[in-house]
Design a protein around this ligand. Sequence first.
Ligand code: 5RP
Length: 221
Amino acid sequence: MNTKQIAAEKAVELIQDGMIVGLGTGSTAYFAIQKIGQRVQEGLNIQAVASSKASEELARQFGIPLLPFADVEVIDITIDGADEVDPNLSLIKGGGGALLREKILAGNSKRFIVIVDETKIVPALGTFPLPVEIVPFAYELTVRKLQALGAQLKIREANGTHYITDNGNLIADCHFGDITDPETLHQQLNTTPGVVDNGLFVHMTSQVIVGHADGTLEILS
Ligand code: 5RP
């Protein structure tokens, strides 16, 4: 079992009958969705909401009952990956482009459990480029505003054209150097017209489950 799978399967142990479960996105979340599907086949009675079209599709494949998120008041537990985790458990997310829906799920969850391998634990956020979701309208102007905040950035591409999120937006992958004050940067970004949201998750994490290369697990909270 690889380190991502070890962390993912540990997190799935937290799920109990009757819960509404938020499904993350990405290669680590994949292992969680797979394991949840296995538990559902064994009789676990839950309903889930997905943070992306990709995870929704996976949930269907694994036979996990899905709810439209609009019908849900609160999620009991969301399990998701991250691109970087700092010592305060602030995160960079959005490497898979699903940051907006992931944040809506995390922000409406009683518990937000992050599953990572040890390579994601960093002393300061910012080596991984921070994904910022921006609307296509006048995006060049929004890009200049992000540059004025100090970003060196690239508009994400896929198959030789702009990558488009599940919400019909673009992603600007931004380097700001070490992000020592994620809360302030989050505020600056999200008050920039044209920005929909950004991949900084601050004060949202309940617990981080870290899978180590030697097969051991570590829980950070
Ligand atoms: C997707 C995400 C992912 O959770 C993040 O990119 C980590 O992905 P992986 O588990 O594949 O390393 O935020 O938007």
